[in-house]
Design a protein around this ligand. Structure first.
Ligand code: NAD
Length: 511
């Protein structure tokens, strides 16, 4: 199998890039045009003039097959994707689509013998782009902009190619999808949309102003796209934002075949996912998750919602995405507090999986651990009828203190920080109920601390917390917790309110 294949319009620099990258990867550079000449004694222009384009595409496909069997960086001819056999050969190969606007390429197309670019080059390039764009997208693993220096482009290609790529499958029959975790995963968007939604004519990207100013912002879906900005953070999750977003979809003439792409944290994914669930009774959505919390939790599993004055996430729907892209590169701009918020969910997953050997330096491993767990649980229990409830480990108390804190200061407690306290509480409650040894409290506290998470319960009225937990929509008017114990972590219903209150009180005495 080839190490890397480059596709794209003439002038995008495929050959130069292949020669630039091959020595860096320690392999040879091959150009399918050269392979055709060497194998047949005729060059591309001769083939097209003497035998016609269809005959050339056939020998080109043979040359491609020969090249793909080598450990090489393979630069392909611009029209290789127009031939079905070549597209078939490219399926499953690591393919980079070098993309550029046709106008940017006019100057870059060399003046060699190019029978398919005769006449007005700008007009021909524009037409070829229109005809081939969807084909490039469909065969591509990554789409990268060719409009930059060879060095910059080379660095970016090496970053995506060398990054370990994990693909986790959410198995839900025809609604199943992949969650990709890697550096540069955002560049897989065009390929994902082209393959999962081939009839789409446009993509509507939902994001925030803040995210569009990030240095990594180069989101391209390979189709006509529009970007809609929504408010940042929890403010996005309101019925009025939902209404504005759906009005924007309508103004853009979005059809059932088109695709919504959420680029953001959990708030953007929740809002855009819910809008996609209800607009035209359901359009497709892809999540490009940009916070740790969204990558390990919010973007996976199809739960979408907005808030009401009466509480968070009270109006929503289950709507599974076409795919989820978790790009580890974009986390580099994440503020410290948002990291901490994500670590709460990650620590929960590590505790559920009994994998407390991993430390916060091992970001990729931890994201993969959490994504794998969530994908597995959602696959077996999409609607939270059973095992999915285990993902609420630490959440009964977390939801209560989050809601109470929200009323006094929206900035007091991030979700993951609340989950950290919730995990500390669940451990103490399990010890009090005789399910765990006392020593487990210190172990869990130290593990949480290694992620910068505090086990300390802030200033909360015990009655208010117990009251909230009793009314928790998942508790069915009974005190239900997910607790560790001799049989592992499980759902425990009917816990005595006095024991719960005593546990909360005991945490107040702690520093
Ligand atoms: N649907 C679910 O299953 C599910 C699960 C858990 C949480 N949630 C929801 O997720 C929401 C919280 O999500 P969140 O913690 O991701 O917060 P968020 O979406 O509010 O994002 C937090 C902040 O980080 C910024 N940001 C995002 N990505 C960034 C990046 N790469 N670089 C720099 N800044 C970046 C955002 O602009 C925002 O200001 C809550 O509304 C919660 O209810 C949903």
């Amino acid at each position: 199998m080839a190490r890397l294949v480059l596709v794209g319009l003439p002038g995008t620099g495929k050959s130069s890039l292949a020669h630039h990258l091959a020595p860096l990867l320690g392999v040879e550079a091959l150009d399918t045009d050269d392979v055709v000449r060497e194998r047949t004694g005729r060059d591309v222009a001769q083939w097209i003039r003497e035998e016609g384009e269809p005959a050339f595409r056939l020998v080109e496909a043979e040359a491609l097959e020969w090249a793909l069997a080598r450990d090489a960086v393979v630069a392909t001819g611009g029209g290789v994707v127009t031939h079905e056999r070549s597209r078939h050969l490219l399926a499953g190969q690591p393919v980079v689509w070098l993309d550029a606007a046709p106008d940017d390429l006019v100057e870059r197309v060399d003046s060699g013998d190019r029978p398919l670019l005769g006449g007005d080059v700008a007009e021909r390039l524009g037409r070829l782009y229109g005809e081939r764009r969807a084909l490039y997208a469909a065969v591509s693993t990554w789409r990268l902009s060719a409009s930059r220096t060879l060095d910059d482009l080379g660095r970016e290609v090496l970053n995506v190619v060398r990054s370990e790529r994990a693909v986790h499958r959410v198995e839900l029959a025809e609604r199943g999808y992949d969650v990709v975790v890697s550096r540069g995963a955002r560049h897989q968007l065009a390929g994902l949309v082209a393959r999962r939604s081939p009839a789409a004519r446009q993509v509507v990207v939902v994001t925030t102003k803040n995210l569009r100013t990030q240095p990594w912002w180069d989101i391209e879906a390979g189709l006509a796209s529009h970007v809609i900005e929504v408010p940042d953070g929890e403010a996005a999750k309101s019925l009025s934002s939902l209404e504005r977003l759906c009005e924007s979809f309508a103004a853009l003439g979005m059809s059932r075949r088109d695709v919504v792409v959420a680029v953001g944290g959990g708030a953007v994914c929740d809002l855009a996912g819910f809008a996609a669930a209800v607009y035209l009774r359901g359009v497709a959505v892809v999540h490009v998750a940009t916070t740790l919390l969204a990558q390990v939790d919010a973007a996976i599993g199809g739960k979408t919602a907005v808030d009401l004055a009466a509480g968070k996430n009270l109006v929503g729907a289950f709507h599974q995405p076409l795919g989820v892209l978790c790009d580890l590169d974009v986390l580099e701009t994440l503020p410290e507090r948002e990291w901490r918020s994500g670590w709460g969910e990650v620590a929960k997953c590590a505790l559920l999986e009994r994998r407390t050997d991993l430390s916060r330096e091992q970001v990729a491993s931890l994201v993969n651990l959490a994504v794998a767990l969530k994908a597995r649980i959602v696959s077996s229990d999409e609607r939270e009828g059973g095992e999915r409830a285990l993902l609420n480990y630490g959440h009964t108390l977390a939801h209560a203190i989050e809601a109470i804190a929200l009323e006094r200061d929206p900035d007091e407690l991030r979700h993951g920080e609340a989950v950290g306290v919730g995990l500390a509480f669940a451990t103490r409650l399990a010890v009090r109920l005789g399910r765990l040894e006392e020593g487990r409290i210190g172990e869990v506290d130290r593990y949480l601390e290694s992620f910068g998470l505090s086990s300390a319960l802030g200033s909360f009225s015990t009655d208010a917390v117990v009251d909230f937990m009793t009314r928790d929509k998942k508790a069915h008017h009974d005190l239900t917790f997910v607790l560790d114990g001799p049989r592992g972590v499980e759902v425990v219903a009917g816990v005595d309110p006095a024991v719960v209150a005593a546990t909360i009180e005991s945490m107040k005495g702690e520093r």
